[in-house]
Design a protein around this ligand. Structure first.
Ligand SMILES: Nc1ncnc2c1ncn2[C@@H]1O[C@H](COP(=O)(O)OP(=O)(O)OP(=O)(O)O)[C@@H](O)[C@H]1O
Ligand SMILES: [Mg+2]
Length: 216
């Protein structure tokens, strides 16, 4: 059964100037939503607001039924550790450790284990013993995605996860993410510049002129 994972109501946020006003957004389990928009319009900021990292100037976020920004630090920490999967625009891996060690750190923290299947699908199973510093950028990106999935998140926030990948590898990564939300109760919010990819999502939004426009 589909359940509501995230509900954002009347979100407004400014840094030096107003990025967006009155953003309303929902995401249910098994659902994928794309957010597109010009560079600098505030997509990453919106994703950070949805995912515990920036409290908005106005509005509220309900995540898994809880009012996100009224939670205490421990509860936020637990959400980040167990429930939220974030694929950043720039990935953060421990360079001196092997690919497998990087994934094991995440698994240890969340108490979950990685499915071999996911490593195979991402075509990184053979790379697990190599040091991160010796992998190509795209290989590192796929390791960081495996690391996020290894904790079995209930919601995935992905900020241009395929930005640095060739078409074929990008498809393989997206297939893994779409399959993950089909086979679990998780949902996916995807920031992308790729219109074709956005069209593959269940819903798609454009952030423009400070408004989040729903497109499909
Ligand atoms: N922590 C911050 N402090 C001050 N300004 C910020 C902060 N984070 C983002 N900004 C500003 O907010 C604006 C939107 O940034 P954001 O990273 O959300 O854009 P974006 O839509 O993700 O762009 P891109 O497509 O290039 O990744 C930018 O002008 C940026 O400089
Ligand atoms: Mg961004």
């Amino acid at each position: 059964m589909s359940q509501l994972l995230l509900e954002a109501t009347h979100i407004t946020h400014s840094f030096d100037y107003t990025l967006f006003t009155d953003v309303n957004f929902t995401l249910a389990s098994h659902q994928s939503a794309a957010i597109v928009g010009r560079s600098g319009c505030g997509k990453s900021t919106l994703l950070h607001i949805f995912s515990t990292f920036i409290e908005p100037n106005k509005g509220s976020i309900t995540l898994f039924g809880k009012d996100l920004y009224s939670l205490d630090d421990n509860a936020i920490e637990a959400l980040r550790r167990y429930d939220i999967g974030i694929i950043f625009q720039f990935h953060y891996l421990f360079k001196g450790m092997s690919a497998m060690e990087n994934i094991e750190v995440a698994s240890m923290l969340s108490g979950e284990t990685i499915d071999d299947d996911i490593l195979e699908k991402l075509e990184i199973k053979e790379l697990m013993g190599q040091r991160i510093g010796d992998l190509s950028g795209g290989q590192q990106q796929r390791v960081s995605i495996a690391r996020v999935l290894s904790k079995k998140p209930r919601i995935i926030f992905a900020d241009e996860p395929t930005g640095n990948l060739d078409k074929e590898t990008a498809k393989l990564v997206m297939d893994v993410l779409f399959e993950y939300i089909q086979s679990t109760d998780a949902g996916l919010i995807l920031v992308t510049h790729d219109e074709v990819l956005a069209a593959h999502c269940d819903t798609s939004f454009r952030l423009e002129d400070k408004v989040l426009h729903k497109r499909a």
